[in-house]
Design a protein around this ligand. Sequence first.
Ligand code: AP5
Length: 222
Amino acid sequence: ALADPLKVMISGAPASGKGTQCELIKAKFGLVHISAGDLLRAEIAAGTENGKQAKEFMEKGQLVPDDIVVNMVKDRLLQSDAQEKGWLLDGYPRSYSQAMALETLDIRPDIFLLLDVPDELLVERVVGRRSDPVTGKIYHLKYSPPENEEIAARLTQRFDDTEEKVKLRLETYYSNVDSLLSTYDNVIVKVKGDTTVDEVFAQIDKLLESSLAKKAEKRLRP
Ligand code: AP5
């Protein structure tokens, strides 16, 4: 394992493409992908008390309270695989208080990717999204259709992926994003997210390669 692995945060509005890009980043850079939304959905699927409470907020498009989310993400982040291979934190932190919870633990990213997609595109991306419960892969009926009939037949839709709910999720996003960005001012890079999946990844790939090069340089000349 690298002595000082890459640490990445990725943020952006609902359906801006975070999960899709994380699959590609993970495949190329071998980082441990930690998605706050996926961790919460796993709690719901397992029927835990935290999951039950979280679902009430997720259905309203609101942030799940810190007393559920903060320790859940922290525990995952501090596991040895993430510490050794580096991490890719998706959809966390999402508020000033969550950012401060990480600051107190001295947990900071090398780079903070902010996917920038106009609102008009987000609704279409949300309502067409499907996921494969077997592989976890994210599809879109129009933009990334399933490879065959067998996969198509088993795709599922998220409970919060309706036009009405994405509007609430967007409001929540815009009311929190500014307070969050100030914390990561020196490492934020805006990525244009309204082109194809591959074009978006090409931008991210370059940014992460240059982050890695900078870290290597620092190791040589501290
Ligand atoms: P979460 O699961 O994180 O949802 P989100 O932020 O709304 O983001 P999404 O997962 O909807 O979208 P994405 O950006 O990953 O897009 P994707 O790649 O799938 O959170 C859900 C809820 O959990 C929150 O509302 C909140 O209640 C709670 N929560 C989560 N984190 C929390 C936190 N830190 N604190 C408190 N509560 C929290 O892409 C979307 C679609 O577009 C797909 O169909 C995809 O195929 C397609 N697509 C992607 N890229 C492209 C492209 N370039 N061109 C065309 N189509 C594309």
